[in-house]
Design a protein. Structure first.
Lengths: 389, 204
């Protein structure tokens, strides 16, 4: 099984189903790690049409295990795009009005250069030879894609979780290129607790003998057990105790009584095992290591002398932040501290906290209050930008 | 969006004080009615700070720049003179530390506009003096035990606080029970007795 699945991931990594922009030796990607990535490529999806003034472009930044297939069928899973509830013709982010771009992040595994991509220097997958990637590196690559489209200023950059980190980085690094920014369920830094959970996930991957020191693709193997455990642990952090209890309680899985063994007696166990198993079918284990590391390294205030407000000094970008009451991965306080910094910088900022028991994952779900906030923010920003509605 | 009479008169007086294209922070912006009027009639660059999350979410859904926050705690995050006007409409009496809040308003705004119900109004005095009861009126409909208004003051008290904080009263308006402006020629004691609402334009 593992040997059969491996080539499929490999295929999407090098020759994805998405359009790809290739950057040759003349256009290296400068990395925070102090080196460059060259050549490299960015896989992306676009929806809608860029207007003549090139003023209607929205960049969507995906989360840790997301991808560029934001509003169309995912070629690996066959499932709808991960934000199709929000983005599409006639949706809140209406692709008949806006030109929506979503790129696979550098370090990912669906076509942008990442550890599963073939290293042109060796003809083998990069594995751990890929330099460490940061959120800022991802954004630099996205900027090169935006430049390729000839877009001076993005109308909006939005995303949740790791996507929200990229939104904040965009606003801090290239304020003049971002008209409005919508970071959702995110933080300006990864907390100690979040780093701790990521470390558990990484250690699970590395403890799997099939990981082979990161060279599993060379062996035709994949550390599926380890990656599945990592996903199971992470998945718990995306939910909330209340939501878990509401959905699963202590219900038993297809049985009348406890079996006095270690099978998945409880529905929650079965659910997590399923989450783990389906995840390994679509995600590269080394990518998981790189992207969790990128989030861990993110600390926007530290890049600006410890003062977050300085990251946004003089910004003209319009901000709207959203958090969820039951999100314990990126609790409301994280968003609030960004709001305080933006206030201190004199920025235009809105901030909505949404009451829900669905935890961190709420940003991906059909949350009417989230959609109302996004709709109000996008509509007023569009008026301010002079985009006809 | 429901606007009671006191709020409506307040809106008009406050709106008249703000020139077009000003930068305005509305502290206690509620459901955003003042910001919406100011944006529509004065094209202001308006921001809001509102305690209730429900109010904030409504504002943002209507395209207003509003954040959830507490006037008692969150004003410290705003920079000095970041706004032309900071408005505190019918909220001062509900703050825990009105003196600190007023001080912050004067720091953040080039000018502060503060409106509040006058506890020196004759109806209030009458209720206490004759009935011996805390006043419950149309504009102050709460009983003493459930009122959010924990720091009532009279117009005179407020003028004293302004002096203490070094603020200059550039303009003051008192409104009688019918929402009519009380003549400028009238002395303070008259305002303090017949003014049901007061709106002050302050500078420091």
């Amino acid at each position: 099984m593992a040997a059969q699945r491996a080539p499929r991931t490999n295929h999407e990594a090098d020759q994805p189903s998405s359009p790809v922009l290739q950057f040759g030796p003349d256009k290296p990607l400068k990395l925070d790690a102090g080196t460059v990535l060259s050549p490299f490529q960015v896989a992306y999806q676009t929806y809608g049409a860029l207007n003549d003034a090139r003023s209607n472009a929205i960049l969507v930044c995906h989360a840790l295990t997301g991808d560029q297939h934001v509003a169309s069928t995912n070629p690996v899973t066959g499932k709808p795009g991960w934000w199709e509830v929000l983005i599409g013709p006639g949706r809140i982010i209406d692709t008949s009005r806006f030109f929506v771009i979503c790129a696979n992040v550098i370090g990912g595994c669906l076509g942008s250069t990442g550890p599963a991509s073939t290293d042109p220097a060796t003809g083998r997958p990069y594995g751990l030879d890929l330099p460490i990637i940061t959120i800022r590196d991802m954004v630099r690559a996205q900027l090169m894609l935006v430049d390729h489209f000839g877009i001076e200023k993005l109308f909006c950059v939005l995303g949740g979780s790791m996507g929200g980190m990229q939104v904040l980085q965009w606003a801090a690094s290239y304020p003049e290129r971002v008209f409005s920014a919508l970071p959702i369920a995110t933080g300006a830094r990864h907390s100690s607790q979040n780093i701790a959970f990521h470390e558990v996930g990484r250690q699970a991957v590395m403890a799997d003998p099939d990981w082979h020191g990161g060279k599993y693709l060379d062996f035709g193997r994949r550390p599926e057990k380890g990656l599945a455990v990592a996903r199971m642990a992470a998945h718990i952090t995306y939910l909330s105790e209340a939501a878990l209890h509401r959905k699963f309680g202590r219900n038993l899985q297809d049985r009348e009584a406890l079996t006095f063994g270690f099978d998945a007696d409880f529905q929650i166990e079965s659910y997590l095992r399923h989450q783990g198993m389906t995840f390994v079918d679509r995600f590269d284990a080394n990518s998981y290591l790189y992207l969790t590391r990128a989030m861990d390294y993110f600390d926007l205030a530290a890049d600006h002398g410890g003062r977050l407000a300085d990251a946004f000094a003089g910004t003209k970008t319009r901000f709207c932040l959203v958090s969820f009451t039951s999100d314990w991965l990126f609790p409301t306080e994280e968003s609030r501290s960004i709001v305080h910094a933006l206030n201190a910088a004199g920025a235009s900022v809105s901030f909505v906290e949404i009451e829900t028991d669905r935890g961190h994952d709420a940003f991906l779900l059909d949350e009417p209050e989230l959609f109302a906030a996004i709709n109000g923010f996008i509509a007023s920003a569009a008026r301010a930008r002079g985009l006809s509605l | 969006m429901s606007v009671n009479r006191a709020q409506r008169v307040d809106l008009e007086v406050v709106t008249d004080l703000i020139p077009p294209h000003s930068r305005v922070l509305d502290v206690g912006s509620g459901d955003g009615v003042l910001l919406e009027v100011l944006q529509a009639t004065k094209q202001v660059d308006g921001r809001g700070l509102e305690l209730s999350q429900r109010g904030v979410n409504e504002c943002v859904a209507r395209g207003l720049s509003v954040v959830q926050g507490d006037a008692d705690k969150d004003l410290e995050f705003y920079p000095d003179k970041g706004f032309d006007f900071v408005v505190l409409s019918q909220t001062l009496q509900a703050t825990r530390n009105p003196k600190l809040v007023l001080d912050e308003l004067l720091r953040i705004g080039n000018r502060a506009i503060v409106s509040f119900p006058n506890f020196g109004h004759w109806r209030v005095r009458f209720s206490l003096l004759i009935k011996g009861r805390m006043p419950v009126t149309k504009d102050l409909p709460y009983s003493w035990y459930d009122t959010p208004n924990i720091h009532f003051c009279t117009i005179r008290d407020f003028v004293n606080l302004c002096e203490e904080l070094g603020a200059t009263v550039e303009k003051a308006t008192a409104l009688d029970a019918n929402g009519q402006k009380i003549g400028l020629s009238m002395p303070w004691w008259f305002w303090n007795f017949f003014g049901q609402q007061a709106v002050f334009l302050l500078k420091r």
